[in-house]
Design a protein around this ligand. Structure first.
Ligand code: ADP
Ligand code: MG
Length: 627
């Protein structure tokens, strides 16, 4: 090959064989290199083939896997199919029916467009493609074994397309070695199938492994029904809907209450015009949307679909097409955060005693029975495009009915009408609170927990957590309104710090003054605290200063940045609230509970630990094995 292309007539070279080192690579090697980016493992094959089937307008797609997809991935669709010429071209690299002219790249509406997937697969596996146009009696077949293409032959079969990819990496042993255990590869394949199925109402999916059916959704199932089928009733019933429009941009989907949060992002799903994606801007949207409702390090559970004019986003950023670039990022960000936050607030933030009992049983049993039949493949390496969720199919093997809500009249009706379950929960909470008049008796246990009876059960309140949430919210309200009352000290409290820290703080005195914290430097290493927000009950000046230094150093943001303000207020509230250990009178307890009701949320402290746990009669009955 080198000899053929070189020794050019235009630039004669003295001794080609001695000096020529650059050669244009043979096509099969080029494709194998491209495959390195597009095809990482069987799950990538599944992803690309599903995209092709969807682009072909399929309404039923079957996915058959063997040995975790390593031995076989077969995808059968009932889409438009291909004629003989297209079958002959499908495995050629950069051959696509989805783009024509360069401008097409500016508004990609299909899932595929690179014309690289089939060529890549053909170069690293034994592939076979069968396809039949609906108007013809017979279809066509072609094989591609590691880059060796067969002739196109006529073949009988259903209309639509069947693509088989066998023995992935059979001719690239180095890549094959990176494959994981069968169960891990299978879990990843299944994750792709489930994600894809979630976003494509109107299309039915069936997935099998070694002949066993693993997952199925019918074409007419809507988004929520698909979530329920994939993740079970408990989660799907707790979801609150998001639906907002800004011009021709729409976000639609569901957010879960904070208690469903997890350490991983496996149940964070964004879809952009039907494409599952992972994006930094969207991750930030989630952080902002759930700010103050989640414990540090926890990831919210959301299922969100974005519908956007294809011209407003560039999907041609990464070979796997799971990253994108938005053209008007700022506006989109603001719009999404607002839409999300509104729905997150409507989720049921209460920590039900039921869920505690639940996790106690789970711990006793040793493993989470709801995890499904396949072993958990463990955490994915950072930066990996897809996360993994495996569930047994169909439905929920382990399901605890929610206790009947207290206002049973209104709610019996609520169960059968079309009201979203999230809305029902919010109603239930309101009805509950309207009937509950905060009468005593209140019981204080270990000077830390408050116990009180409810119309249907009882609740345990962490007095410190609740007071902290209250102080924090009131402070934040003051700051937003620009009227923080500062309590000034006759004798400033002095805090010794390092020179560097004093310098760091002194750069921000003015901004800190605006949130009620009055500081000055005395000497090089002494900070004088001369005032703190009057809302703080037992202000801990030293603690506030130390936290401030830590927050400013860590975030690198000025104190008037929204996230720093929130953190500073959290820490101030935490250090200056009623403590665990403070004795409270009945009156103090009642006042605390009454004022807590006015908050945006009083169900978690600012660090999102629960402030109260509620036990219903149903929980008690379960605990005492009465039911
Ligand atoms: P791309 O999807 O980026 O165009 P692919 O390599 O995945 O590239 O596919 C090449 C072409 O083969 C597609 O553009 C499409 O015309 C055709 N094709 C592939 N899969 C199917 C299918 N399941 N049904 C109909 N046509 C298909
Ligand atoms: Mg494709």
């Amino acid at each position: 090959m080198a000899g053929g292309n070189r020794g050019s007539k235009i630039l004669p070279m003295p001794t080609p064989s001695a000096t020529a080192r650059i050669a244009v690579l043979p096509e099969v090697v080029r494709n194998q290199i491209a495959a390195g980016e597009v095809i990482e493992r069987p799950a990538s094959v599944v992803k690309e083939l599903l995209e092709n089937a969807l682009d072909a307008g399929a309404t039923r797609i079957q996915i058959d896997l063997e040995e975790g997809g390593v031995k076989l991935v077969r995808i059968t669709d009932d889409g438009t199919g291909m004629g003989a010429e297209d079958v002959a071209l499908a495995f050629v690299s950069h051959a696509t029916s989805k783009l024509c002219v360069p401008e097409d790249l500016e508004h990609i509406a299909s899932l595929g467009f690179r014309g690289e997937a089939l060529a890549s697969m053909g170069s690293i596996a034994r592939c076979s493609l069968y396809s039949r146009l609906p108007e013809l009696e017979l279809g066509w077949r072609i094989e591609n074994e590691g880059g060796r293409l067969s002739d196109v032959r006529e073949a009988g079969g259903p209309k639509g397309t069947i693509l088989e990819v066998r023995d992935i990496f059979f001719n690239t042993p180095a890549r094959r070695r990176f494959l994981k255990r069968t169960s891990t590869e299978l879990a990843r394949c299944l994750d792709i199938v489930q994600r894809t199925a979630l976003a494509h109402s109107g299309v039915g999916f069936v997935a099998t492994h070694d002949g066993r059916r693993l997952f199925e959704v019918e074409p007419d199932m809507d988004f929520r029904a698909r979530i329920r089928r994939t993740f079970g009733a408990e989660l799907s019933e707790a979801l609150v809907e998001v639906d907002a429009v800004d011009g021709d941009t729409r976000v639609f989907g569901f957010v879960a209450p904070p208690r469903f949060s997890r350490r991983d992002t496996a149940r964070q799903m964004w879809f952009l015009n039907g494409r599952s994606l992972r994006d930094k801007v969207l991750s930030r949207v989630l952080r902002e949307g759930y700010r103050g409702f989640l414990v540090e390090g926890r990831q919210p559970v959301v299922f969100l679909q974005l519908a956007l004019d294809p011209a407003k986003v560039d999907v041609n950023v990464h070979p796997s097409k799971s990253e994108v670039r938005f053209r008007d990022q700022r506006r989109l960000f603001g719009f999404l955060v607002n839409a999300l936050r509104e729905s997150v607030r409507k989720t049921d933030m209460a920590t039900p005693g039921e869920s505690m009992l639940h996790s106690m049983w789970r711990r006793e049993g040793g493993e989470d029975v709801r995890q499904g039949v396949l072993p958990n493949p463990g955490p994915l390496p950072a930066g990996e495009a897809e996360a993994v969720v495996v569930r047994e199919v169909p439905g929920q093997p382990f399901e605890i009915p929610r206790p009947a809500p207290p206002s049973s009249g209104a709610h019996a009706a609520g169960r059968t009408d079309g009201v979203a379950p999230g809305a029902r929960l919010a109603d239930a909470r309101e009805a509950w609170e309207a009937r509950d008049e905060l009468r005593g008796p209140f019981l204080q246990v270990a000077r830390t927990y408050l116990v009180r009876a409810l119309p249907d059960g009882f609740e345990i309140i962490d007095q410190h957590a609740l007071h902290e949430r209250m102080t924090f919210e009131l402070l934040r309200r003051d700051v937003r309104a620009g009227q923080v009352e500062t309590q000034r000290y006759l004798v400033p409290e002095l805090v010794e710090v390092s020179k560097a820290d004093a310098l760091l703080l002194s750069g921000h005195f003015e901004a800190l003054g605006r949130i009620g914290i009055d500081l000055a430097v005395l000497g090089a290493t002494t900070i004088a605290v001369s005032g703190l927000p009057a809302r703080l009950k037992n202000p801990d000046a030293e603690g506030v200063v130390r936290d401030l230094i830590e927050i400013l150093a860590r975030t690198g943001h000025p104190p008037d940045a929204e996230d720093v303000i929130e953190e500073v207020l959290h820490s101030a509230a935490c250090r200056s609230s009623i403590m665990a250990g403070d004795e409270l009178t009945e009156d103090e307890i009642r006042t605390l509970l009454e004022r807590a009701r006015e908050l945006e949320t009083d169900q978690t402290c600012p660090h999102a630990r629960p402030t109260r746990v509620r036990f219903s009669l149903a929980d008690l009955e379960k605990a005492f094995h009465r039911r």
